[in-house]
Design a protein around this ligand. Structure first.
Ligand code: SAM
Length: 233
């Protein structure tokens, strides 16, 4: 893909809000100093070894798309310092919140991208990631908006290209039609094996799951969740 093609669809899969309340002074300061230091620079070619993005040695690489409040990303990056995490979130206030946590905890195994994840996916080298987490993606419950859902054949092809052989795609949602949608899309793609053996497997949160803000809201509103794990075949 040429750089002009990439620019022309820089928000191919992002339809949400970019800004909420005005940021406080310290948040603005982190956005202008810490974010540029951690942001993955798509204007330079991706390193052959993606591990080189991190200032500390890492032996696994994970991508979280749409980290929102950042609860999951911060939890995982703290518990597994030997894994390098790339977090993507275009919503400015969420990014500012995450930067504060990264700074407070001194995390060095996180890199960030603050725009549409599809642009980052197209920048990544082939077969570089151990896992992709897509947790409570925007549900777009109305049928006329389903085409906006992040799970699509185009994005599954992207996932398939950047995952290592045997790499995992983990998906969580509280919206039944999106869960079915994802199962059908992965089946039709053909390059992903759903590894559930019984209902408990997809009703039980992923190991070490900390919950997310969006999930807590779903529970308050009386909705359960499905946790789907697919392996690249
Ligand atoms: C429903 S929220 C869930 C947030 C978080 N994962 C959670 O569980 O609390 C979905 C998030 O995905 C982000 N998002 C939507 N489209 C995106 C895209 N194309 N690339 C990256 N992030 C995206 C939104 O900004 C939003 O923060």
């Amino acid at each position: 893909m040429t750089s002009s093609e990439r620019r022309s669809r820089a928000t191919e899969a992002f339809f949400g809000r970019r800004k909420g309340k005005p940021l406080r002074e310290q948040q603005l300061e982190r956005m202008s100093s810490l974010l540029p230091a951690l942001r993955v620079d798509l204007s330079t070619p991706s390193p052959e070894k993606l591990e080189e993005l991190f200032p500390v040695p890492v032996d696994k690489l994970r991508l979280e798309i749409g980290f929102g409040g950042g609860e999951h990303l911060i939890h995982r990056a703290t518990e597994t310092s030997s894994t390098g995490f790339i977090g993507v979130e275009p919503f400015v206030n969420s990014m500012a919140k995450l930067l504060a946590e990264v700074e407070a905890r001194g995390l060095r195994n996180i890199r960030l991208y603050d725009d549409d994840a599809t642009a980052l996916l197209d920048w990544l080298p082939d077969a570089c990631l151990d896992q992709i987490d897509l947790l409570y993606p925007d549900p777009w419950p109305k049928k006329k908006h389903w085409k906006r859902r992040f799970v699509s054949q185009a994005n599954l092809a992207r996932f398939h290209r950047v995952l290592k052989p045997g790499g995992l795609f983990c998906f969580a949602s509280d919206i039944d039609t999106y869960v079915n949608w994802t199962l059908v899309h992965c089946r039709d793609h053909g390059g992903f094996e759903w590894i559930a053996r019984n209902a408990a497997d997809w009703k039980t949160p992923f190991a070490g799951w900390p919950g997310t803000r969006y999930e807590a809201k779903a529970r308050r509103e009386g909705r359960g969740s499905a946790y789907l794990t697919f392996r690249k075949v």
